[in-house]
Design a protein around this ligand. Structure first.
Ligand code: CMC
Length: 428
């Protein structure tokens, strides 16, 4: 393959180097485009063709349905690793040894208390507040209680902030849910595993012992692993771009949470359940909603279907579908919403509109179903996504800082008015 790409503008040719990734992905390096051409830029709304960085964290091939973290397939990680191992792998690049993992967990546990004044901030929110807004605010508020900025040139400093956020974030998640439910803002139990502790913190009633259900622990562990990173998606790009201004880790992650909230991104898992409940309330006619989804004059979309990069099958959805069947079977859940989900899935997979556009169920179609069976309220689903995505955001923020990437600052093509003279208000 040639090593350069040639661009011709007004009869003048410009050469740009090609960059080839380790999986043979080819990109045209246009870093010198504006200088070489005297100001020509590129336009790519939604960045469908634009690589924002070189990254060694996650490889994704949407055509073939491949997802790997640091070279390990998502299938193998979901089967053999636990969430904390995957977090370590994503952030530091290698699977931890037994000693490294034990130390990592111990360091996280040592950081798992949040300042009690955080409760005052949480108290000021009405119970009706959306948990994603609350979580984003509380994560940002952590900066107030941890004011010193991270010295990114010090591995030790960087490590400390990583274990801090991994320790405190699950507490914020659990408290966000407990506050809404009027439960005391308690801590879990540091003798438990990371995921077991999260479940206990979320669900423990003040007047009962909490008994762990290994099926739920395993399902949550898998869900968190599957959500842990997904290369340069909307929230991750947000974390990187906010961090590129040398904004601290916690504040960058808080912005990522806001980006994740949207229904076209992480908010889809909540939107899926709301859609299914809406269809049920409307008599359960899935065909009617299939027709609405295909009708271009109707804004309705089948939530949980389609993906920007997976034009085959979302590999995470395959794994999660099996986990969903296991959880529902083991818990003996019978739920009309699930029947509607199964009906929609079957119809969409056989429908020409969906097949032609390669619209398959994505991870969020099934994750909401599992969360519902676990007893997690619908508006907490995206918070659970954020909990899983945390190691990915940390890894991407850390990589961006260690690679000393420049501040993110896209260009535009101005299409507004040309220069005008100001008219006094009397003459407008
Ligand atoms: N229902 C009906 N039609 C759809 C859907 C859908 N869910 N998704 C895409 N289409 C159609 C769309 O109307 C367009 O049709 P046409 O070519 O006739 O104009 C075509 O498929 C291509 O869609 P697009 O919007 O150009 O695709 P995109 O890559 O910009 O959008 C998406 C991807 C995920 C935003 C979109 O598929 C969608 O809105 N899905 C529903 C929301 C959802 O489930 N999001 C979760 C994504 S997975 C979690 C994550 O990683 O964030």
């Amino acid at each position: 393959m040639s090593k350069t790409a040639t661009l011709e503008i007004d009869g003048k040719k410009y050469e740009f180097p090609l960059i080839v990734g380790t999986e043979n992905e080819v990109a045209i390096d246009i870093k010198t485009l504006r200088t070489a051409t005297g100001g020509v830029t590129t336009i790519d709304p939604g960045y469908k063709n634009t690589g924002s960085c070189e990254s060694a964290i996650t490889f994704l091939n949407g055509e073939e349905g491949i997802l790997r973290y640091r070279g390990y397939s998502i299938e193998e990680l979901a089967e053999k690793a636990d969430f904390l191992e995957v977090a370590f792998l994503l952030i530091f690049g290698e699977l931890p040894t037994k000693e490294e993992l034990e130390k990592f967990h111990a360091d996280i546990k040592a950081q798992s208390v949040v300042d009690d004044d955080i409760k005052k901030i949480l108290d000021a929110f009405p119970k009706t507040a959306h948990p994603m807004g609350v979580l984003s605010s509380l994560t940002s508020a952590l900066t107030a209680f941890n004011p010193s900025s991270v010295n990114v040139d010090s591995e030790e400093d960087m490590y400390k902030s990583v274990v801090k956020i991994l320790g405190k974030f699950p507490v914020l998640v659990a408290w966000t849910m407990r506050k809404k439910q009027g439960l005391p803002l308690d801590y879990g139990d540091n003798s438990l595993g990371y995921v077991e502790n999260i479940l206990k913190m979320m669900f423990k009633k003040p007047n009962e012992e909490y008994t762990q259900n290994p099926i739920l622990v395993n399902a949550l562990d898998k869900l968190l692993i599957l959500h842990a990173d997904h290369e340069q998606n909307c929230s991750t790009s947000t974390v990187r771009i906010v961090g590129s201004a040398h904004t601290g880790l916690f504040a960058s992650i808080s912005s990522g949470i806001s980006a994740l909230w949207g229904p076209l991104h992480g908010g889809a898992n909540q939107a899926v359940l709301e859609m299914l409940s809406g269809i049920e309330a409307d008599g359960g006619d899935t065909k009617k909603y299939m027709a609405k989804a295909k009708d271009k004059s109707d804004a309705f979309r089948l939530m949980g279907f389609g993906h920007r990069v997976y034009k085959n099958f979302d590999p995470r959805a395959k794994i999660i579908k099996v986990a969903a069947d296991e959880v529902l079977g083991d818990l003996g859940v019978e739920d009309p919403i699930l029947d509607i989900a199964k009906g929609l899935e079957k119809e969409a997979l056989e429908d020409k509109y969906f097949v032609d556009r390669k619209l398959y169920p994505n991870v969020d179609f099934y994750s909401g179903i599992i969360y519902r069976a676990m007893g997690i309220p619908t508006d907490m689903f995206t918070v659970m996504f954020a909990l899983g995505r945390l190691p990915g955001w940390i890894a991407q923020w850390r990589e961006m800082r260690l690679r000393k990437e420049p501040i993110g600052r896209p260009r535009q093509v101005y299409i507004g008015e040309n220069s005008r003279t100001f008219k006094d208000i009397k003459n407008r």
